[in-house]
Design a protein around this ligand. Structure first.
Ligand code: SF4
Ligand code: SF4
Length: 194
């Protein structure tokens, strides 16, 4: 019942905007959010609690309320916003939202759509690429780290792909089986993001 009410409210907002010709909105984009089950977004009252409580926003240009506003209005430009990638998925906004909107999940969902449309920041793409090619997000490629490990009484290299390089193929098989390589454009789909 609550979902139907939220959806109706969302439709009214969008219809009003179309009539006033204030902004270009996309029904297709709103349909994606609706199909994914994020009806609650229509209950956002733009109170700004999410922005105020966001630890990342204190140090970056991330303005969570603005991202939510663009999403509610069906403004696809949000998918090209660099700020979308500044969220650390800490869930603080979700905990503080008076409307119980799953903000963090919505941001992750928006990122997924953004990636499908070729929008990803170079540093994030680099991490994906390094994982595919080494089996590690942060590979150990400095001898001093091996020495440090030894000094702590553990093996020079961890029992990961570092110690078992033949396991890299398995890591790549796992990545490919999920379609992640195609989506992010790494491996045989490699398309470097500048
Ligand atoms: S805290 Fe919730 S209701 Fe308030 S602006 Fe953010 S998403 Fe909207
Ligand atoms: S989940 Fe993301 S947007 Fe929400 S408070 Fe944490 S960093 Fe900010």
């Amino acid at each position: 019942m609550k979902s139907k009410y939220c959806l109706k409210k969302l439709s009214i907002i969008v219809d009003d905007l179309k009539i006033d010709r204030i902004l270009k909105v996309s029904d297709e984009f709103l349909d994606l959010l609706r199909d994914a089950g994020y009806f609650e977004i229509g209950a956002c009252i733009q109170c700004g609690n999410c922005t105020a409580s966001c630890p990342s926003g204190r140090r970056t240009a991330l303005r969570t309320r603005e991202i939510m506003r663009k999403a509610i209005l069906g403004q696809e430009e949000v998918l090209r916003d660099k700020e979308l990638w500044l969220c650390t998925t800490c869930y603080t906004c979700y905990e503080r939202c008076p409307r119980n909107i799953p903000i963090t999940d919505i941001i992750v969902f928006l990122r997924n759509i953004a990636v499908e449309r070729g929008n990803i920041l170079a540093p994030h793409w680099n991490v994906c690429n390094v994982l595919y090619n080494t089996g590690h997000i942060v590979p150990i490629d400095n001898e001093k780290h091996n020495v440090l490990r030894e000094s702590y009484g553990v093996s020079r290299v961890p029992p990961t792909v570092h110690a078992f390089p033949e396991a890299l193929k398995e890591v790549q098989n796992l990545i490919e089986s999920t379609g992640f390589d195609k989506k992010v454009k790494i491996g045989k789909y490699e398309q470097k993001i500048e």
